[in-house]
Design a protein around this ligand. Structure first.
Ligand code: A2P
Length: 317
């Protein structure tokens, strides 16, 4: 079975105009895991970048590890395959190495021909436009996911944004076990119990937003003072190890056994982010970074669904 690389390239919020170039550049720099999703709205562009890298012989398809995610509007068993095939087509691929349920949130179905990606709001042109939930039991969605493996459309399946209870529940009925749990995690949200629970089940954990608040500034979901890159302890460790603050955060994530998918639109930062094997944080420093935890979640449907899409829908409490 193919190993999931330690550092992957995140594609959330990569601008469509330079997305292909950035993905191509990331592969050239050495990234082999590309983390995509229907909801990022850029799978066609990501696919162009991948294709160019393969065509130029930088790597083969087999050497890449491509992840995509099932969007919330496709949770019904009969919609899972349609959604997966659409992402495959957009990316120009025959299979995914990993396909994840993006959120444990099911929304009313929107046909692909009507709107794609459908995003969060059911009917954006309505005067009462809002997010509309349509309950689908997650075991039914998982059955659809398992079918994708049997059908050779995907090699492995997994979940994102599940809590411990949902994981226990999933493990009670999964006949194909989840390979990966993808969650927000950084020193302000260490999620020790969730990571331990996943590991006890043999599920690998991929941390998204491993640098913390940065990608949430532009969305007004974090304040400047939330930045871990300017935290006194991180700056001191940056001096001690002669590495950038970002590398300290990423190395901490790797040493605690999580894999990471930092996004960057800048090639110097891309290089910086993948260069995390050239040093080792000492135990007391790892503990110091972990002690910064304040259970601060930036990507929280319990907050943004109501603020941005008019419907309160909390999932972590
Ligand atoms: P940029 O793309 O300009 O580099 P995510 O949380 O989705 O992984 O996004 C990471 C955020 O952190 C982005 O806003 C990205 O901005 C920024 N970033 C990525 N790598 C670094 C780095 N090495 N140093 C500082 N900021 C970074």
């Amino acid at each position: 079975m193919k190993e999931l690389p330690k550092v992957g390239f995140g594609t959330w919020k990569l601008d469509k105009n330079n997305c292909s170039k950035l993905v191509y550049e990331a592969i050239k720099i050495g990234y082999r895991h590309i983390d995509c999703a229907c909801d990022y709205g850029n799978e066609i562009e990501v696919g162009i970048g991948i294709k160019k890298a393969i065509n130029e012989g930088i790597c083969t398809r087999e050497e890449l590890f491509i992840t995509s995610k099932l969007w919330n509007t496709y949770h019904k068993k009969e919609h899972v395959e349609i959604a997966c095939r659409k992402s495959l087509k957009d990316l120009g691929l025959e299979y995914f190495d990993l396909y994840l349920i993006h959120f444990p949130i099911s929304l009313k179905f929107v046909p692909i021909e009507e709107r794609y990606p459908p995003e969060w709001i059911y009917n954006p042109s309505s005067t009462e436009a809002k997010m509309e939930v349509e309950h689908v039991p997650l075991y039914q969605t998982w059955e659809g996911m398992e079918f994708l493996v049997k059908d050779n459309l995907v090699r492995e399946i997994g979940i994102c944004n599940y809590n411990c209870s949902l994981l226990h529940d999933l493990m009670s009925y999964a006949t194909i076990k989840p390979k990966v749990l993808q969650i927000e995690s950084h020193p302000y949200l260490t999620q020790e119990n969730l990571i331990k629970t996943a590991k006890n089940y043999g599920i690998e954990v991929v941390a998204f937003s491993p640098l913390g608040a940065l990608s949430y500034f532009e969305l007004d979901m974090a304040q400047k003072e939330d930045s871990l890159l300017e935290h006194k302890s991180i700056l001191e460790l940056s001096q001690k190890y002669e590495k950038t603050p970002a590398q300290i955060l990423l190395r901490w994530a790797i040493q605690r056994g999580t894999k990471i998918i930092p996004k960057s639109s800048n090639s110097n930062r891309m290089k910086e982010n993948i260069d995390v094997d050239s040093f080792l944080l000492e135990e007391p420093d790892l503990r110091l970074i972990s002690s910064l935890n304040k259970n601060k979640r930036f990507n929280d449907p319990g907050k943004f669904c109501e603020a941005a899409f008019g419907t309160f829908h909390s999932i972590y409490d």
